[in-house]
Design a protein around this ligand. Structure first.
Ligand code: ADP
Length: 397
């Protein structure tokens, strides 16, 4: 029995999902939170039960050790040897990593060197990688990058209209994120449509707390809404999405904030939270808007119109579209947002059935059979993609 674990390490958290491979069955999943703080929380699912323990977990290495001990004590595995691979989600692979890779010392050094591009995420990802290396030094470890899938974008998509040497000297370009999710739904869409990826033009809408839209032509990312960082693109839970860059010095002057503080506002106090003044959570905004709250309504309008416009522009980018895909928390669950995004796309051949839209969290077609453009909900599964990549690389070794 071979088991692979998919890991998503943050600065104070570690999410895990253990798979039996190649059956792809999820054996257990959980999260360690507040690592390095008092009263850390360890949560693991055992059967239908979620078991929670509050204890001090000083660092990621202790978290990994505790995870392995729990797998044994809950009889999920009988020995460490059953775990044959680990896959780590890494946010930024820069231009260096165009696909998942076997982790070596050099790979760790490269991921660390890319921290300049993702100062909050890459160091945390490396902490997770190191912790596993220490505790399970002999298993195959693989890094799976959020940016890798978008490395197929042409220069006209990824270059900013800036002095060219900024790209050459500082790596300033669009990288794009959520790549593992966009890739997963692309593969699933091809299966569900019964057509090879090479034939398809897709617009994939990953709508969660972070949101990004991608134009996928022939199975390859050809454009995406996020940019140099995950701040760009559409309005999000707390992120502004695209704004006029001249606003940054203007806001600094008006508010007396530093550039860093303004960036903090754009990342944490903007988006749906900023416009509504109520919440970053879509469910709160839907219920407040239903009660007649104008600002909640306005925040939803800004969010929806941004996505709608991206769909139009990406259809132009690919000279048409075969299917529009919705995924992630909002895309999978909110019939309200899907309806509003899809309204007014008949001009490009999108005909969808409101009755079919009343579903959540399942794979489902929303279009009428005769619609030239199909509309599909596909729940994303980044962890499974990570586990699959581990198996592919393990087989090659
Ligand atoms: P993250 O980017 O943190 O992974 P998720 O993909 O979990 O985010 O998406 C979180 C968003 O999904 C939140 O705005 C939340 O309100 C929304 N969401 C989750 N469930 C529902 C639901 N049943 N109806 C509407 N929105 C939902």
């Amino acid at each position: 029995m071979e088991k692979t674990i998919a890991i998503n390490a943050g600065s104070s958290s570690l999410k895990f999902q253990l798979y039996d491979m190649p059956s792809e069955t999820v054996i257990t999943a959980g999260i360690v939170e507040r690592i390095g703080l008092k009263d850390s929380i360890f949560t693991i699912s055992v059967g239908d039960e979620k078991i929670k323990e509050v204890t001090d977990i000083p660092d990621h290495e202790v978290a990994v050790q505790m995870l392995l001990d729990k797998l044994i004590s809950h009889n999920i595995i009988s020995s460490y040897d059953e775990i044959t691979g680990v896959g780590h989600r890494v946010v930024h692979g820069g231009e260096k990593f165009t696909e998942s890779v076997y982790i070596t010392d050099q790979v760790i050094a490269d991921i660390e060197a890319l921290s300049e591009l993702a100062p909050l995420h890459n160091p945390a990802n490396v902490t997770g990688i190191r912790a596993f290396r220490k505790v399970l030094p002999n298993i195959v470890a693989v890094a799976v990058f959020d940016t890798a899938f978008h490395q197929t974008m042409p220069p006209s998509s990824y270059l900013y209209s800036l002095p060219y040497n900024y790209y050459e000297d500082y790596g300033i370009r669009k990288y794009g994120f959520h790549g593992t999710s966009h890739k997963y739904v692309t593969e699933r869409a091809s299966d569900l449509l019964g057509r090879p990826q090479e034939e398809l033009r897709l617009i994939t809408c990953h709508l969660g707390n972070g949101a990004s839209i991608a134009a996928i032509e022939g199975g390859k990312s050809m454009d995406t809404s996020m940019g140099f960082t995950p701040l760009a693109g559409v309005s999000m839970g707390t992120r502004s999405g695209n704004i006029d860059p001249a606003l940054v010095p203007f806001i600094m002057e008006k508010t007396g904030k530093s550039a860093e503080q303004v960036l903090d506002v754009l990342n944490k106090e903007s988006g749906m939270l900023g416009v509504s003044g109520i919440s970053s959570d879509l469910r709160d905004l839907e219920s407040e808007a239903a009660k007649g709250n104008d600002r909640a309504e306005l925040a939803l309008d800004v969010f929806v119109d941004g996505i709608h416009k991206y769909i139009g522009s990406y259809a132009a980018r690919m000279n048409g579209v075969d299917a529009i895909i919705f995924t992630a928390g909002i895309g999978e669950n909110s019939s309200y947002i899907r309806e509003r995004v899809l309204r007014g796309l008949e001009f490009m051949g999108v005909y969808w059935d409101p009755a079919l839209n009343q579903v959540r969290g399942v794979e489902a077609f929303l279009n009428y059979p005769h619609s030239p453009v199909k509309v599909i909900i596909i729940p994303t599964n980044e962890e499974l993609m990570i586990a699959r990549d581990v198996e592919v690389i393990r087989a090659q070794r």
